[in-house]
Design a protein around this ligand. Structure first.
Ligand code: KG4
Ligand code: ZN
Length: 340
């Protein structure tokens, strides 16, 4: 019998649940936490309390809207890591409790693997999935990775950030500009009619396929400080140009390494995933450069870019098919690596 699986995502600040039946995602219920907005970043303790408040409702809604009874479930999946310990504990404890009480299989999913596997959710009947092997630039608030994907459950990180993630660079720059968390979507929004050539930031040189975003964060902080010393209204007056220029700089850094990865590996099937893959310029640039370089490119629907349980459900489906289950004494791993 094709499996019916309930999947739960709680690694950071989204509490989410989804149902997958026979490899088809039936829904994707997401409760985003607003409590972090004024703090400029996710506050771990507040995140785990909000997950506790939301998880029952989110799971109930996913079950009800899919019209699935608990007796029909074959497995319960959860995000095992990476993520915030307190946040991961809420989802994993809930999944373990259900698994034990109902006698259902338990499936632990790697959050970064799930971001990549979002590409296998058939959002529309004519949606195409990437061919193997492909490269996936996974860009989120906690990670910036270039992943070589050989098969659904066979992936290897071939380049990653040595310090901050690109999503973090967006969020920290937004905080410097006085914008609330998460700042990435707001920078994207302000950049829409800004002049991307207005300001220039120093290039960060990192060998090979790795990235570094801590330098640009500091350079941006000093740039704003110096400009405000000349004109205290600088940020308000030039917000659009500042956002467009910074966004272009960050997206260029990503695209340069992605092009290098394709040249080094000879792989021309290229995908993006994770929260920052919702960025308009990154989506445009992947398409534009992909056409120039003869790549087949894959961009996830917006719903599956930022954290969601549908991608966890997709990964869980593949793990179920491969009989890769989790023991009941499992524990979340905040630093879980991709190949684990
Ligand atoms: O994948 P995700 O939801 O959570 C993590 O696993 O970290 O990614 C969240 C990150 C945040 O840093 C957020 O600012 C960024 O994705 N983000 C964006 C956009 N939408 C979300 N960054 C730039 N442009 C966007 N449109
Ligand atoms: Zn994520």
């Amino acid at each position: 019998m094709p499996p019916v699986i309930l999947a739960i995502e709680s690694s950071c600040d989204e509490t989410s649940a989804a149902i997958i039946r026979s490899g088809k995602v039936l829904n994707n219920v997401v409760a985003s936490q607003q409590v972090h907005r004024k703090y400029g970043g996710v506050v771990p303790e507040l995140a785990s309390r909000a997950h506790q408040r939301n998880i029952h409702d989110v799971v109930n809604e996913a079950m009800a809207s899919a019209g699935v009874q608990v007796s029909e479930l074959d497995g319960i999946a959860f995000t095992k890591g990476p993520g915030l310990m307190g946040a991961l504990l809420v989802g994993s404890s809930f999944a373990k409790g259900m698994s034990l009480a109902l006698g259902k299989r338990l499936i632990g999913v790697n959050h970064m693997e799930a971001h990549v596997l979002a590409h296998f959710i058939k959002a529309t009947p004519d949606a195409t999935v990437p061919s193997f092997p492909f490269l996936c630039l996974t860009v989120s608030g906690g990670h910036t990775q270039i992943v070589l994907v050989k098969d659904v459950l066979d992936m290897k990180v071939i380049g990653e950030t040595k310090d901050d993630a690109v999503g973090e660079a967006f969020d920290k720059a937004a905080k410097i500009l006085g914008l609330p968390y998460p700042g990435g979507p707001l920078i994207n929004q302000h950049a829409t009619d800004g002049n991307a050539g207005a300001f220039h930031f120093p290039a960060t040189q990192v060998p090979g396929l790795d990235f570094s975003f801590s330098g640009i964060k500091t350079a941006f902080l000093y740039f704003i400080r110096d400009q405000k010393a000349i004109n205290p209204e600088f940020v308000g007056e030039r917000m659009k140009d500042i956002c467009a220029s910074l966004q272009k700089h960050l997206i260029n850094m990503l695209m340069q390494k992605l092009e290098l990865a394709s040249a080094m590996t000879g792989i021309r099937h290229v995908a993006i995933a994770g929260g920052v893959s919702a960025n308009t310029l990154l989506r445009q640039e992947l398409k534009r450069r992909g056409e120039e370089l003869g790549w087949s490119t894959h961009i996830p629907p917006f719903e599956y870019c930022t954290d969601n349980a549908a991608m966890v459900a997709m990964a869980a489906h593949f793990k179920y098919e491969a009989s890769r289950f989790e023991p009941l004494d499992t524990a979340p791993e905040p630093g879980l690596a991709l190949s684990a």
